[in-house]
Ligand binder design. Sequence first.
Ligand code: MRU
Length: 377
Amino acid sequence: MADQYAQSGEDKPSTGIPVIRWEEPPEGPVVVLLDQTRLPAEEVELVCTDAPALVDAIRTLAVRGAPLLGIAGAYGVALAAARGFDVEEAAVALAGARPTAVNLSVGVRRAASAHRAALAGGAGAESAAKAALAAARQLHREDAEASGRMAAHGLALLDELLPGGGHRILTHCNTGSLVSGGAGTAFAVALAAHRQGRLRRLWVDETRPLLQGARLTAYEAARSGMAYTLLTDNAAGSLFAAGEVDAVLIGADRIAADGSVANKVGSYPLAVLARYHHVPFIVVAPVTTVDPDTPDGASIEVEQRPGYEVTEVAAPNVPVTGAGGGVPVAPLGTQAYNPAFDVTPPELVTAIVTEEGAVSPVTAEALAEMCARSPQA
Ligand code: MRU
């Protein structure tokens, strides 16, 4: 696989694998994704030739994680434009592919607005398509840059909260370079600590049902050479009780205006555990994840995923798709409760870190003030 970072000179993320890229072969432009459903067994690329293929990749989690969804959505709009499809229709389909991560609709909107503005300014279809692509590329670059700044702010906060270093960090889901143009969000902070010799251990929640922790975070941690240990989600309580966790670092899919945090299901129980055990619970996300139009946690739409993701587990090399590939772990016909995310109230969040800095305690006012400093606001 080509190494895009070698060409761009950007800080190389922890996997060193390009997770998304735009290509223009003679047959027409395509968006190439690293298919995350195949990891860690195989590094397989998925080539999307139109927006519906990208919508499908988003729904099946071949491409996933809030910041990357924004980038994918923007490239999806650019692809529709470059291939001469109905851009407005593609934008609606892409933005609606998954409901919780606000970055997806932010990314789609940026590319679609650039396209619209170009047409309104008298540009032809080809120039308008170029404007959409430029907007997608810009978002991609900004996200990479935001990763580095989040890592710096997050590490400074950790050092302030936990003087003495030797951090033992618990994380949930996957928040590294697989979800970003750069090194990611929460994982980028752990990686920065590791690179400075201040990470004693990364505790990795397996993250049932789709195992983003086991399949993806463990994969990134191993490639980064950090000391990490995988645990079942249910084992977190005993780990806290044993005094083995110094801080929890997670990402976010949407942060409401009041500081409520939607993230991968299982994050809220960690926040409750952290509070009981007096351990900082830190959320790391770009400003684009903060949604001023969502007033509070109750207003966040939580995606409900199919029951087969719970009643089956992925076989090695075979993702759970409902197509019969997974191994059944419940009697046929069993109903399952499968929300993809949960919502942690702001009072359980010690701090929210973005590329613009950190807020602690988390209040609507402090959050709005921090976001207002961003050119993305
Ligand atoms: O369902 P997923 O795998 O897209 O969920 C991803 C998460 O919940 C991440 O923690 C979140 O997007 C933050 S990634 C920086």
